[in-house]
Design a protein around this ligand. Structure first.
Ligand SMILES: Cc1cc2nc3c(=O)[nH]c(=O)nc-3n(C[C@H](O)[C@H](O)[C@H](O)COP(=O)(O)O)c2cc1C
Length: 467
């Protein structure tokens, strides 16, 4: 069965060769036209106009999520200097809480001062714990009220993502990459050279394990329902998963055991410390970076970017996580600092960046299918969240329903759509469709704000961020 599915993976990825599917922007006026485009491109993406399935709750072990729509973590760079949520942070999350998603996954929150992605990134500390407590209680009350008013009987789930920005860390406003191994391509993509920053030592990584564990315990004290040990998008844990070229280290080299050691050590230590608290991870299962680096890629040299997928290692890792008691996992792909279209298909690139060489619907299809292949390989009873759906605009609810109905994912997590239109879940539940006048148009302006290091929001739909 497993071998058969791996073959299916190769069939889909290799037959849907990106070079046959050149970039085109989103022009689909009706679901029918979009379906025809899927067919023309050979993309087998399920569609269902019966959105009821998205209203079902889902339960496993001690986790109960009220419905099948969630808000994905998205940094806003609007925290106070001490790392506590600012006014605009509260505004963003109350908008999400009023929208009707059953699960709100709070954005990347730094575990320490010297590994923040921005001086206004959230950061959880002993000193600002009370402020986080207040924040959680406001968001929880608003979210529960919304869910009740929409007819859901279960309570809202609030998770926080804890992160070390690794190669993408800043000291104040200056880039200060903390790398796990040298990679000139990754450095060039963010305009730094070997001279900037450092390679983190094994001793420093060991110390970081302690910090991460203590911050996860603090997240429970702050009132969250659970914590995400972030392992995607090229930040420190996901970079370690790539680190075959890290030499003489217990945290790198050819074996997955070494490359996953840092991640699994944190999970193991937290498992014994945190009862009644969800332990989860947003895991990058494929980043397209060619072997001998990369994760979830085929182990052959001299491949072009993006390299062919091979999910052997991600599946092994997820099975280990399951054995350690993890029963909720949030899947993502790519490295947004390197090739953002793999993570979030778009119509307009960041200022100064090139358009991708592949069709955005193909990029989306890659995320959906890699996620569904993982779904069929991992233990039953593990809840899986997918992403990338915002590109589908007003039709996103129909594809989400199709995917859930076909057991290709359990929960559909939305990123950019939530920034543009935080009421998208309510619109799906009440009207059966997302309001086309409020959708995300994948213009990359929210990501552009992030890259400039300023407060992030939707420049198209939200008057506050228009100028
Ligand atoms: C402005 C912005 C901030 C983001 N911040 C995070 C983050 O903090 N943590 C994370 O795991 N992903 C982050 N992402 C990625 C999103 O969670 C999501 O995976 C991506 O946007 C694709 O989903 P979408 O098509 O629904 O937008 C961010 C994306 C954007 C656009």
């Amino acid at each position: 069965m497993k071998i058969a599915l791996i073959f299916i993976l190769y069939y889909y990825i290799m037959n849907a060769n990106p070079s046959d599917k050149k970039f085109e922007p989103f022009t689909y006026k009706s679901l029918e036209v979009l379906r025809e485009k899927f067919e023309e491109l050979g993309l087998d993406i399920p569609v269902s106009q019966d959105i009821e399935v998205l209203q079902n709750n889902i339960e496993t072990k001690k986790i109960l999520i009220p419905n099948r729509l969630s808000i994905q973590p998205m940094e806003g760079f609007d925290a106070h200097d001490d790392g506590s949520p600012g006014e605009l942070t509260l505004r963003r999350y109350t908008r999400y809480a009023d929208g009707g998603a059953g699960l709100i996954w709070i954005e990347a929150t730094s575990i320490a001062k010297d590994c923040r992605s921005n001086p206004h990134q959230l950061m959880l500390t002993e000193q600002n714990l009370e402020k986080f407590r207040d924040f959680v209680s406001v968001i929880r009350a608003r979210c529960n009220e919304t869910l009740k008013s929409l007819g859901f009987k279960d309570k809202c789930v609030l998770l926080i993502q804890l992160n070390h920005s690794g190669r993408y860390s800043k000291l104040g406003l200056e880039k200060f990459p903390i790398r796990t191994y040298h990679n000139v391509d990754l450095d060039t993509a963010i305009g730094v050279s070997k001279k900037n920053g450092m390679i983190i030592s094994d001793d420093e990584l060991q110390e970081l394990e302690n910090i991460w564990v203590s911050k996860a315990i603090l997240a429970k004290e702050a009132g969250f329902d659970g914590v995400d040990i972030k392992a995607c998008h090229g930040y420190i844990i996901s970079e370690l998963l790539d680190a075959r070229n890290r030499k003489n280290s217990i945290y790198g080299g050819p074996s997955l055991e070494n490359r996953a050691r840092f991640f699994l050590n944190i999970i193991k230590r937290l498992k014994s410390k945190l009862d009644d608290f969800i332990l989860t991870s947003r895991l990058g299962i494929y980043n397209g970076i060619p072997y001998p680096n990369g994760f979830g890629v085929r182990e052959v040299e001299n491949q072009n970017f993006p390299a062919e997928a091979d999910l052997k290692e991600p599946i092994q890792l997820i099975n280990q996580l399951h054995k350690l008691g993890i029963s909720l996992i949030n899947i993502s792909v790519g490295n947004p600092h390197y090739t953002p279209h793999l993570t979030r298909p778009f119509d307009t690139p960041l200022k100064g960046a090139k358009l991708p060489e592949e069709h955005p619907l193909f990029s989306l299809y890659r995320i959906l299918y890699l996620t569904s292949l993982i779904k069929h390989q991992i233990p039953k009873g593990m809840i899986m969240i997918g992403s990338g759906y915002s590109y589908l605009r007003q039709f996103a609810g129909y594809i989400a329903a199709g995917l859930v109905k076909n057991n290709m994912v359990d929960i559909c997590g939305f990123g950019r759509m939530a920034i543009a239109n935080p009421n998208f879940p309510r619109q799906i539940f009440q009207n059966g469709v997302i309001d086309k006048n409020q959708v995300c148009i994948a213009c990359s302006q929210c990501s552009g704000f992030m890259r400039q290091g300023i407060k992030t929001g939707c420049a198209i739909r939200d008057p506050l961020y228009k100028n």
